[in-house]
Design a protein around this ligand. Structure first.
Ligand SMILES: C[S@@+](CC[C@H](N)C(=O)[O-])C[C@H]1O[C@@H](n2cnc3c(N)ncnc32)[C@H](O)[C@@H]1O
Length: 253
């Protein structure tokens, strides 16, 4: 019988997260997933899937509701090795004190304390889910929260030096509008870090567990280069390890 208390909910949430991770570790050893993760010859995504405005709205509403109900899943204790990989992700952006930093799909703000260590001028935390942002406001008062789809963020042109999309790239429905908007908001020479601290194959396991579509990460450096060149970004770092995906893009000056 489901015991509806905060502790029980937290226990249950972590159990389902840990189940997913255990299944993914099992699958990582399986031939099919290994092939999917290593395949560099198959048909690759050269441009983003386009959805109608109505579809984007519907899927974003679904995601906001889903994540608002699952805030606890993203809280510590984090799976083994993840804290170290998150540090590596944040350090790859080479944040300077004069920078403004945007964390897209911030969730519970798992990157924010790591970003704070670099003392940037401003930190913006964006998410579709108000419940996630409530959590961020309670735990990271120094961050400025921005509710809504990243595709619609209205920050000034060239005002962002560094943007992170950690464990959220697959979730962004309207990628064409998102990367067009990021090109406008990020300053020339700025960095956009797209990452997953459990590796890109983890998305395969998630796909059958969520009620919205999830895109694959670009599987090779050349695929990433081709995908993001139309938006003015070039690949400056590409790491595709079993348990770490790290793609750093630089906006051409
Ligand atoms: C899997 S969680 C990851 C959260 C966090 N980045 C982390 O690493 O723990 C994905 C988050 O992205 C948010 N999200 C999904 N699509 C978004 C979009 N288009 N714009 C802003 N946030 C989005 C979701 O609401 C959710 O909180």
């Amino acid at each position: 019988m489901w015991e509806e208390t905060p502790t029980a909910r937290l226990r249950e949430a972590h159990k389902s997260r840990d189940d997913l991770i255990a299944r993914w570790r099992l699958l990582l050893g399986a031939d099919s997933l290994r092939m999917a993760a290593n395949d560099t010859t198959g048909a690759r995504m050269k441009h983003f899937t386009r959805y109608t405005e109505e579809e984007v709205r519907r899927l974003n509403t679904l995601q906001a509701a889903y994540f608002s109900k699952n805030v606890e899943i993203f809280e510590p204790p984090l799976p083994e090795g993840v804290p170290e990989r998150l540090e590596r992700i944040v350090s790859s952006a080479r944040i300077e004190p004069s920078d403004s930093v945007l964390d897209i799909g911030t969730g519970t703000g798992i990157l924010l304390s790591l970003i704070q260590q670099y003392s940037p001028t401003n930190i913006y935390a964006n998410d579709l889910s108000e419940a996630m942002l409530d959590f961020v406001r309670a735990h990271y008062p120094a961050a400025n929260t921005c509710h809504g789809d990243v595709a619609d963020l209205a920050m000034a042109d060239g005002s962002i030096a560094v943007a992170f999309i950690n464990a959220c790239y697959s979730n962004i429905i309207d990628k064409h509008r998102t990367f067009t908007n990021l090109r406008r908001m990020i300053r020339p020479g700025g960095r956009l870090v797209i990452s997953h601290p459990l590796g890109r194959a983890f998305v395969e396991v998630l796909k059958s567990n969520v009620p919205f579509p999830l895109d694959d990460f670009p599987a090779t450096e050349s695929e990433a280069a081709e995908l993001f060149a139309p938006y003015g970004f070039r690949v400056s770092l590409f790491v595709d390890q079993k348990e770490l995906y790290l793609l750093r893009l630089a906006l051409e000056a």
